[in-house]
Design a protein around this ligand. Structure first.
Ligand code: SF4
Ligand code: SF4
Length: 85
């Protein structure tokens, strides 16, 4: 089989790249305000928001701090704060 440049030859490799090191801002999720709608899970480009029981958890190993979750959250439950390095 001929493989062209740019082809994906093996799936699942993104788990090895912890994009959390790119972050300048950190999303903080306030479960008191959260309405459990799941929008943040849907929009996160890094699949960094997880549901555990009735709680939403951000995996900071993979969250790159793009802010999409906070922008789209209909309940203003996610705020972005400057990342301390
Ligand atoms: S988008 Fe906002 S309200 Fe919806 S689950 Fe995420 S944090 Fe909660
Ligand atoms: S800031 Fe971006 S990468 Fe981080 S959890 Fe929100 S949507 Fe995902």
């Amino acid at each position: 089989m001929e493989i062209t440049i740019g082809a994906v030859v093996q799936g699942g490799t993104s788990l090895g790249y912890k994009t959390g090191t790119w972050r300048d801002e950190r999303p903080i999720l306030d479960m008191e305000q959260c309405k459990a709608c799941g929008v943040c899970v849907s929009v996160c480009p890094d699949s960094a928001v997880h549901v555990k029981g009735e709680t939403y958890i951000i995996d900071y190993d993979y969250c790159k701090g793009c802010g999409l979750c906070g922008y789209e959250c209909p309940a203003d439950a996610i705020s972005m704060v400057k990342e301390e390095k």
